[in-house]
Ligand binder design. Structure first.
Ligand code: GLU
Length: 459
């Protein structure tokens, strides 16, 4: 799916007390609409906590939480296979380390800029808090476009990127992982360069590593599996399950692929996947082995999938995957891919549950449509937290020099997703907004970070 153009975020629900805080965020971070959107969405839900905890206001906890601890921007020069020199820009926003080392992925995509990285790092702070583990929030990346690049070019880019970034990392300081455009191939090149520069085999400095060199079982699957497990928990709360449900998934990257796999394991029929060119509808249900072959092994397009799949699948160039009627929608591509019109179409077609596998894929207006229609809506910072939670399990294994089985890692992931669901559900109830997972996730994440910051003094 193409992300729709970000617009200035209108805020309907900011309390008068939080208006000036948001105004200051706008003033200090000009031209960063995604960051404004992410902050606004959290601030809109915090008034009840602040009413209950006035000490957070005196300590200026909200102002502090909206300001990153550190932001790093650097030059990344590299040469392509023909010897041409390219200059990209690298970023790492170390947003909040009250709960643990900065933790969050790296995104390589031409759309990456400081505002995008900042919004992702802000979201990550609350998401990581929701996992209940000791990880702070950070995010990084580059405007480098990996599309069509050879392995050798990817390697040279990753080596140049790490040659600057390494000095900011460490298992107790900052621990990156993958995101869009960064998978185990890139993590391998980054880890190799870190090891070479520092002369340390420091497994805990990156997560998403290969299984033979410190990676965790189930990390590859974790974000997608977790988002479906979260969906199953939301359905369970209203007496339903995934069996026999029609599911629409957007995207065809790591999150989408493993969401499709888990939804199918739980008996759902997954009809779609997509990329920036268009989407596929497969009446027999997506053939997950073929999709993995096309996307993971051949780095192809979903149109290639449709061509090879035969008569059950048709490819729609452009268009919106959200036009396909379904019971459950799993936006798993990128930010702002599901707007108010798409949300209205889904509601008209009878959608019961929506869970965000991607980070902030639903626009604020889209979220409003779902909430008003009473659709169970799992925001990304809760629904897609399984990836980073399993990264924390990888760090735990690295620290103890342990290697867990797939079953062990997947069991822990399932427990964590249940706990995140229950914490959002209970928190929403406690603050008078039963069934509102957006409020539940924001408040539960905020409370944990704010308590830690308050306890640690003015830093
Ligand atoms: N990029 C993933 C996310 O959005 C995972 C980050 C990690 O494992 O550190 O949560």
């Amino acid at each position: 799916m193409m992300a729709t153009q970000p617009r200035a975020t209108q805020h309907e629900g900011l309390s008068t007390m939080l208006e000036p805080v948001y105004a200051e965020v706008l003033r200090r971070n000009p031209g960063e609409p995604e960051f404004h959107q992410a902050v606004c969405e959290v601030l809109e839900t915090l008034a009840p906590v602040l009413a209950a905890r006035p000490e957070f206001i005196d300590a200026k906890l909200i102002e502090r939480i909206c300001e990153p601890e550190r932001q790093i921007i650097f030059r990344v020069p590299w040469t392509d296979d023909s010897g041409t020199v390219h200059i990209n820009r690298g970023f790492r926003v170390e947003f909040n380390s009250a709960l643990g080392p900065f933790k969050g992925g790296l995104r390589f995509h031409p759309s990456v800029n400081l505002g995008i990285v900042k919004f992702l790092a802000f979201e990550q702070t609350f998401k990581n808090a929701l996992t209940g583990m000791n990880i702070g929030g950070g995010k990084g990346g580059s405007d480098f476009d990996p599309k069509g690049r050879s392995d050798a070019e990817i390697m040279r880019f990753c080596q140049s990127f790490m040659t600057e970034l390494y000095r900011h990392l460490g298992e107790h300081t900052d621990v990156p992982a993958g995101d869009i455009g960064v998978s185990s191939r890139e993590i391998g090149f980054l880890f190799g360069q870190y090891r070479r520069i520092t002369n340390r085999w420091e497994a805990g400095v990156l997560t998403g590593k290969g299984l033979d060199w410190g990676g965790s079982q189930a990390r590859t699957q974790a974000t997608g599996y977790g988002s479906v497990l979260f969906t199953a928990e939301m359905l369970k709360a209203s007496g339903e399950d995934l069996h026999g449900q029609q599911v629409v998934v957007s995207g065809s990257g790591n999150v989408a692929i493993y969401s499709i796999e888990k939804a199918q394991q739980l008996g759902a029929n997954v009809l779609t996947c997509s990329d920036s060119g268009g989407y596929v509808v497969d009446d027999k249900g997506i053939d997950i082995d073929l999709l993995k072959q096309v996307k993971e092994n051949e780095r192809g397009r979903v149109s290639d999938y449709a061509e090879r799949r035969g008569s059950s699948a048709r490819y729609v160039a452009g268009g919106s995957v959200w036009d396909v009627p379904c019971d459950v929608a799993l936006p798993s591509a990128t930010q702002n891919e599901l707007d108010a019109d798409a949300a209205s179409t889904l509601v008209r077609n009878g959608v019961k549950a929506v869970a965000e596998g991607a980070n902030m894929p639903t626009t604020p207006e889209g979220v409003r449509v779902f909430r008003q229609a009473g659709v169970a809506f799992g925001p990304g910072k809760a629904a897609n937290a399984g990836g980073v939670a399993t990264s924390a399990l990888e760090m735990q294994q690295n620290a103890g020099r342990e290697i867990w089985s797939f079953e062990q890692a997947e069991d822990r992931l399932a427990q964590i997703m249940r706990a995140i669901h229950d914490s959002c559900y209970r928190t929403a109830e406690r603050y008078g907004a039963p069934g509102d997972y957006v409020a539940g996730a924001n408040i539960a994440g905020f409370e944990r970070v704010a308590e830690a910051m308050a306890a640690q003094g003015l830093i």
